[in-house]
Ligand binder design. Sequence first.
Ligand SMILES: Nc1ncnc2c1ncn2[C@@H]1O[C@H](COP(=O)(O)OP(=O)(O)OP(=O)(O)O)[C@@H](O)[C@H]1O
Ligand SMILES: C[C@@](O)(CCOP(=O)(O)OP(=O)(O)O)CC(=O)O
Length: 418
Amino acid sequence: MGEKWVLMKTAQTPTNIAVIKYWGKRDESLILPVNDSISVTLDPSHLCTTTTVAVSPAFHQDRMWLNGKEISLSGGRYQNCLRELRRRACEVEDKEKGIKIEKKDWEKLHLHIASYNNFPTAAGLASSAAGFACLVFALAKLMNVKEDDSQLSAIARQGSGSACRSLFGGFVKWIMGKEEDGSDSVAVQLVDEKHWDDLFIVIAVVSSRQKETSSTSGMRETVQTSLLLQHRAKEVVPKRTLQMEEAIKHRDFASFAQLTCADSNQFHAVCLDTSPPIFYMNDTSHKIISCVEKWNRSEGSPQVAYTFDAGPNAVLIARNRKAAAQLLQRLLFHFPPNSDSDLDSYVIGDKSILKDAGLEGLKDVEALCPPPEIKENAAAQKYPGDVSYFICTRPGRGPVLLSQQDLALLDPETGLPK
Ligand SMILES: Nc1ncnc2c1ncn2[C@@H]1O[C@H](COP(=O)(O)OP(=O)(O)OP(=O)(O)O)[C@@H](O)[C@H]1O
Ligand SMILES: C[C@@](O)(CCOP(=O)(O)OP(=O)(O)O)CC(=O)O
């Protein structure tokens, strides 16, 4: 193996948002949760990670570049994923290029990894979920790992818990498992993305000045101090998970919305029950909840579900396009862009919904009337600048390999970033 060949694979992997939250570990190093969780995978056209992985006898060490900058792979989470994958790597042969890698060679060969998130990293948009899922998926293909996607999810889980759910599209359940070695703590697909394709998702990226507590340290403090977490994990989530699975199976939006909102609120209640208390939502998050609650109540049945992760951003799941258009009218009434931004950069992703909402320019936003359910003048206030931007998207598919060479992030000759 003296030659200077480079073998590469490129994959694209979505992010996901939990509707039944994972919060709390029973094993910190294997990343084993205290309860099951359920998520919806988001359309990778709007939020995804692309990762190219390469192997070559010419590489002297494992190296990784994230969004163009070299980062260290020495952290335990990266090391655990790499070790688990190398252990399962199989023989690879590329007859065209005259390359043959034996199973035992993988222990000695080094890897180059380049990854790019098409959305802000570490901004509360679950970059670690898409990122670790993509790393594991791409390397498993390069190394000819024979395990199925659920088994791969148990490796991604060791990078970041929520990453295990990004190995599938549609609705996904992370089964907490019982085994001490974590072998049964895996993700499974409940239904694919076509099962409930009426749903439409709007993410309000809320401006936030404070530095937040990371999920990892936040959930550690909750496990150590919150009694409410024990009640949640033992009594609430097991029943709620079953109800959520039924709601998804039958496309029962009323139950789905009720369970999603209740679980988000309980997760934030558990954060508040932590000592010292953790505040992830801010005033803007609270205003969005109140706007959705008022509208849902006035309609007599839920039009939109809200859920918030470890940060102030709102993920709003509308029952269909019509509800999403009406939601956007309400959101843009209360949270118009600052005078210096334009609608095109303020609402991104699947912009076609703007047309449904009759919003083709800033003039239309300025002309919006207060939502009819608002009775008091005080509730019809506008807060320009409180939302940074909106992302419009839908439930989406799981990871895929990209075959086009031009989408690779590493140079096929040198194995270095392009
Ligand atoms: N594309 C990627 N490939 C591999 N690792 C990544 C990638 N993107 C992010 N990460 C890892 O995830 C870390 C960011 O995770 P963090 O939990 O702080 O933010 P987030 O996932 O964007 O937000 P949140 O968990 O609050 O939703 C990065 O520092 C990096 O270690
Ligand atoms: C609030 C959450 O988003 C928490 C996600 O936590 P992470 O998966 O980021 O934490 P680690 O396992 O420590 O990496 C809820 C969820 O996604 O289920």
